[in-house]
Design a protein around this ligand. Structure first.
Ligand code: DC
Length: 234
């Protein structure tokens, strides 16, 4: 398990803003970006495409190890996700796929099958990795670990606004229930549960705007990266 480039792990529950912040940090530092949640979502979507049940760990593990996925920048530099050559950027964000992703993510062998794919994102000049277990399991050697939180109510409200801007509707109550269900499953699963690494810095974004969170994260990152030699180069 070698890692010769700086890695910044940003973990937290769904809707805490880690995806948005992670992308902005990666852009600012000109680092690569790993949206690990997208990989679990892709397993969920691929399972649906191939008629594989969400409780069939054996088949889901094969799928996780072999599915043909690609990440590329779109016309305006936005991240796009491909499954078997098809652009599924929007398809993996539906509530149905969110729940499927959280279900398949509870299987240890599915997680193991995605481990090397995730580690392979650590390339020069560096990586920002966003997920639930980046700082605890996939990159325990990360140079910077951030745990981003926000109250369930704030996260439901953010999701509501995001859906509204996409022209879809949902009730805040349903979104809150869905967020709580997912939190419960992600936090209480026996393997790689959602929790801050012992050496993570926690930031609660409930009452901060995106720019305030970004500045706080960049401050932490710059302090850490300038203070420490990059692991693997020590
Ligand atoms: O970050 P996200 O909402 O796109 O993640 C979707 C699901 O994938 C989430 O409910 C839990 C799972 N996940 C995980 O178990 N480990 C990760 N590193 C990232 C996501």
């Amino acid at each position: 398990m070698t890692k010769a480039v700086p890695v910044i792990a940003i973990d937290g529950p769904g809707g805490s803003g880690k995806g948005t912040i992670g992308l902005l940090v990666a852009k600012e530092l000109k680092f690569h970006f790993l949206d690990s949640g997208a990989l679990y979502r892709l397993v969920g979507l691929a399972a649906r495409h191939h008629g594989i049940a969400a409780d069939n760990e054996e088949a889901l593990t094969v799928l996780a190890g072999h599915m043909d996925v690609a990440f590329a920048a779109g016309k305006t530099g936005e991240p796009r996700v491909y499954l078997e050559g098809e652009d599924v950027t929007n398809d993996i964000r539906t509530d149905e796929v969110s729940q499927l992703a959280s279900q398949v993510a509870a299987f240890p062998r599915v997680r193991a099958a995605l481990f090397d794919r995730q580690r392979a994102f650590a390339k020069s000049p560096g990586l920002v990795a966003d997920g639930r277990d980046m700082g605890t399991v996939v990159f325990p050697d990360a140079d910077v670990k951030i745990f981003l939180t926000a109250s369930a109510e704030t996260r439901a409200e953010r999701r509501f606004k995001q859906l509204q801007s996409m022209g879809s509707g949902a009730s805040i109550g349903d979104l809150l229930t869905s967020i709580r269900d997912r939190d419960e499953r992600d936090r209480n699963r026996p393997v790689a549960p959602l929790r801050p690494a012992d050496d993570a810095i926690e930031i609660d974004s409930s009452h901060l705007n995106i720019d305030q969170v970004l500045q706080r994260v960049l401050e932490v990152v710059r302090n850490r990266l300038s203070a420490e030699p990059v692991s693997g180069q020590r």
